[in-house]
Ligand binder design. Structure first.
Ligand code: 4YB
Length: 442
């Protein structure tokens, strides 16, 4: 059963098992007692009257300390990607109505443990803000309280075991909901968190000693190119279409895979299942509800739904009732399949084209590492699909293969190789960035 914390979870574990390891860093183990003391040695952070601050969030110990210190000092933190340009950061903060930005690497530790600096833990108070990843417009700051995070966590644990003696790698950014979710799973269980450099090939060595990791499919794909990390038993996948062949391969190598579908507004995972050979993301976890609208749009609600976006310093509810996800889904054998984003759909000669469904059919072609279908303007048909491929692919054979499998309005009119650099930034590949590249090439 989940613990209902009466104080900040790290203070609880600091009392219950002070000498147990809370964290593995690159070359050091940190006990719960040491963690509590390090958080308490953080300086008093600036306290704007609405209590909202932004924290430039890298995946390192110093940033974690500043985030936890901010929470126990009564602050609500927008976790920001430190790679944003100054101009973009300014736009985002102006929209949300947040004035203060903290860089953990210049907020030096000083002072000493002062019990009076700790505000009471109230699971209903907003603690985290994470930006939406919409492809258009300025992202919105999605708020969550501890209750939503802990509820999300306990629902997941009913499906995916994570015990006190396990270790979850902080394998996704703290400024993304998937990274924040790892923090709450670790805190809920009083297990071990590993913080290490995970970009690119460093992921493999970061996984040493780790039992659990959250991975986007491209990270798992990279892992499959070498030997299986020996301690890794359980991987939670999500964030993008999860290729079935990839999951089958990982399972065959002894890595337990859980396929999930989640989003920022729902505090990460909404549906999930242990891989079972069927391409799907399973069923809703406890405390979440999901239905399909008459148009096939996935609608969600539940205890993990955000209580609002922060806009101009005020909370604006997301919806009254069901939240419309803009994802298209379908039930297959009682499990949910994600068909694609409604806003990726385009029209070719009067026919609806869902790029993700073409991608699913064609990504099995020999040599393809990744494939994207994008629309380009066409005088006769309005828009036509073209393929952007990564991998060692014979383009003529590929297009002939497409013709043999797909109705004509879905057959790519051309195929281009994507430069590798477009694919390794960030946790999600932006179709917008690919489209911009395509335009610049034509
Ligand atoms: C999908 C999708 C899927 C999301 N198929 N499209 O802790 C986790 O649950 C986790 C573990 C590993 C990797 C990621 C996660 C996440 O949280 C992912 C949450 C996320 O991506 N949130 S988001 O707000 O940035 O994007 C949400 C959108 O991502 C959805 O609306 C879908 O369009 C897409 N997506 N899972 C296909 N399995």
């Amino acid at each position: 059963a989940p613990i209902s914390f009466e104080t900040w979870p790290w203070l609880y574990w600091g009392e219950v098992k002070p000498l147990h390891t809370a964290l593995y860093l690159e070359d050091e183990a940190i006990s719960w007692q040491r963690l509590v003391s390090d958080i308490g040695s953080m300086p008093l952070l600036p306290k704007p009257h609405n209590r909202y601050v932004a924290i430039l969030s890298q995946n390192d110990y110093q940033t974690l300390l500043v985030i936890l210190a901010a929470w126990q000092q009564g602050l609500k933190t927008l976790l920001l990607n430190p790679a944003f340009s100054q101009a973009f950061q300014k736009e985002v903060l102006e929209k949300a109505g947040i004035e203060m930005v903290i860089d953990p690497h210049t907020a030096c530790p000083s002072g000493y443990w002062q019990q009076s600096d700790v505000v009471p833990f109230n699971p209903q108070d907003i603690l985290t803000l994470v930006l939406t990843s919409g492809s258009t417009g300025i992202p919105k700051a999605v708020t969550h309280n501890a209750n939503a995070h802990l509820t999300s966590t306990s629902g997941l644990f009913s499906l995916m075991p994570f015990s006190e003696s396990d270790c979850w790698l902080l394998s996704l950014p703290l400024f993304h909901v998937s990274g924040v979710a790892i923090i709450w799973r670790w805190l809920q269980r009083g297990a071990t968190l590993k913080i290490a450099y995970t970009k690119g090939d460093a992921l493999r060595s970061a996984l040493e000693g780790v039992t659990h990791a959250s991975l986007v499919p491209t990270q798992l794909q990279r892992l499959m190119q070498g030997e299986r990390p020996s301690s890794l038993t359980s991987v939670l996948l999500g964030g993008a279409v999860i290729p079935q062949a990839l999951v089958d391969e990982a399972e065959a190598k002894g890595i337990g895979c859980w396929c999930g579908y989640g989003m920022t507004e729902m505090a990460s995972t909404i549906t999930a299942k242990r891989a079972n050979g069927l391409f799907s993301v399973g069923r809703p976890l406890p405390h979440r509800e999901l239905m399909l609208s008459s148009l096939g749009e996935i609608m969600v609600k539940g205890d993990t739904l955000s209580s609002g976006y922060l806009i101009g310093g005020k909370l604006e509810p997301l919806s009254d009732g069901w939240f419309a996800t803009k994802d298209k889904g379908e039930w297959v054998e009682g499990e949910l399949q994600i068909l694609g984003r409604l806003d990726n759909m385009f029209i070719c000669g009067g026919e609806n084209v869902q790029p993700e469904s073409i991608e699913r059919v064609l990504s099995g072609f020999e040599g393809i590492v990744q494939l994207f279908i994008l629309p380009v303007a066409d005088a006769k048909w309005g828009q036509v699909p073209v393929a952007l491929v990564m991998g060692n692919v014979n383009q003529g054979d590929f297009l002939a293969y497409a013709k043999s499998l797909l109705p004509s309005h879905q057959v790519p009119k051309a195929a281009y190789s994507i430069p590798k650099h477009l694919l390794d930034g960030g946790i999600k590949i932006s179709r917008r960035a690919l489209a911009d590249w395509l335009t610049s090439e034509q």
